[in-house]
Write a protein of this length. Structure first.
Ligand code: FES
Length: 105
């Protein structure tokens, strides 16, 4: 089981309804309905930067062509077979810690 990786301090997390890029552009971090969500930053459509998008109807919307990503499943509204990874995380000692994807999972 991979170790948790520190991504940022708690005070760098986005405000409600906002989205941002973290980890050098590898992750999209958003706050939706009061919850932090951590997704892969690359849109499953054509690799647009989800962390530069916006929140609309509780989904992260890609800034390139507007695909809407479900923050619970990572599935695209436009094509549910297309998904981004949704990371497990904890907020501990004032920091966001993310469990890296396990490529063999
Ligand atoms: S690259 Fe995200 S919608 Fe096209």
């Amino acid at each position: 089981m991979p170790d948790l990786v520190r991504v940022c301090s708690e005070n760098e997390l986005p405000a409600e309804g906002k989205v941002c890029e973290m980890a050098g552009g590898a992750l999209c971090v958003a706050r939706v309905g009061g919850e932090i969500v951590v997704l892969d930053n690359l849109c499953p459509h054509e690799a647009g930067p989800l962390g530069q998008g916006m929140i609309e109807d509780g989904r992260v919307v890609c800034p390139f062509h507007g695909w809407a990503i479900d923050v619970k499943t990572g599935a695209a509204l436009e094509d549910p077979a297309e998904k981004v990874w949704v990371y497990e995380y904890v907020i501990q000692d004032g920091a966001l810690l993310v469990r890296p994807q396990n490529p063999s999972a």
